[in-house]
Ligand binder design. Structure first.
Ligand code: FAD
Ligand code: FES
Length: 281
């Protein structure tokens, strides 16, 4: 019998420091057959194991069409993620996945797409952006709004100019440290909603970031005329099994690991215990 909790060995083939506390790791499964069979949808996550330390859910941040490797962009905040920070190219970890729901890529075809990310929330949205970029003619107007604490906290900074060739890109930071140059907006990410080109008609909005950020994003989108069915959010909860067995990630009747992490906002309206549930009702 195959044990669903048995991770596969994956080797770190590249490490890129994004910011002082966030790193993008490129992995390849040690067994070529496992790597060849591995596929994922934009928005899905893997459970990453560091042997002797623990396991954590982390979104996949690379393009699903890259079949030889895959990437995770990880903020070093605690036991496992700080231990990862000490690993080097050639070291191995355990990985099982891909798990969870993805962003509604089929629904986006032929529509306007509005992507709103805060901080590390850009990581699970990057596969959406790369897919849209490559199949640009399948989508109508596409706009990316991204905010971080400061210019030094922005992820994937070498990508914005490339994305801007085919998509709208608007950036903001909460603060600009004295002496640093910043040519974009200053303020929280909802400030970009006031200056964006996107309109509700025929648009699907995808958002990921701190829950408090998503709460205000959803509130503002609803007040601009977006319907709950047009808004998708990615939620973060503590997880253990990742496959709807332990109940750790449960929000009422929903399991974030299996029913999410990507949810239509309309689905969350029925979950009053969730801070986001019922915003704007
Ligand atoms: C579906 C999903 C996708 C994710 N994708 C990413 C990603 O792409 N990149 C990334 O950097 N992180 C991501 N995370 C968050 C990541 O799982 C946690 O940061 C990680 O589990 C922390 O493990 P740790 O052992 O390093 O920290 P711990 O030692 O467990 O905790 C460190 C500190 O962070 C707090 N904390 C840790 N995890 C959470 C959490 N999930 N919610 C609230 N507080 C928490 C703890 O309370 C503690 O204060 C994702 C989480 C989920 C559920
Ligand atoms: S993490 Fe175990 S049920 Fe979701």
């Amino acid at each position: 019998m195959i044990n669903p909790f048995q991770p596969e060995l994956a080797r770190i083939v590249d490490i890129k420091k994004e910011t002082y506390d966030t790193t993008t790791y490129t992995f390849a499964f040690a067994k070529p057959t496992v790597q060849a069979e591995f596929g994922f949808l934009p928005g899905q996550f893997n459970m990453i194991t560091l042997f002797g330390i623990g396991e954590a859910p982390i979104s996949i941040s690379s393009d699903p069409d890259e079949r030889d490797t895959f990437q995770h962009t990880i903020r070093h905040v605690g036991n496992l993620t700080n231990a990862l920070n000490r690993l080097q190219i050639g070291d191995t970890v355990g990985i099982r996945g891909a798990y969870g729901t993805g962003w509604p890529m089929d629904l986006l075809t032929g529509k306007n797409v509005l992507i709103i990310a805060g901080g590390i929330g850009l990581a699970p949205l990057r596969p959406v952006i790369t897919q849209i970029f490559q199949r640009r003619e399948d989508f109508d107007r596409v706009e990316v709004l991204y905010g971080a604490r400061s210019p030094g906290d922005m992820l994937f900074t070498d990508q914005y100019e490339i994305w801007a060739q085919r998509l709208g890109v608007k950036l903001t930071v909460d603060v600009v440290p004295r002496g640093e140059q910043w040519l974009h907006q200053v303020g929280v990410v909802t400030k970009l909603l006031a200056v964006m080109d996107s309109v509700p008609e025929n648009t699907v909005a995808l958002t990921c970031g701190p829950e408090i950020m998503m709460k205000f994003v959803v509130r503002d989108l609803l007040s601009m005329g977006f319907e709950p069915e047009q808004i998708y959010v990615s939620l973060e909860r503590r997880m253990s099994c990742g496959v709807k067995k332990c109940g750790k990630c449960q929000i009422g009747p929903k399991f974030t690991c299996r029913d999410g992490p990507v949810f239509a906002y309309a689905e969350l309206l029925t979950l009053p215990e969730l801070e986001l549930g019922g915003v704007g009702r």
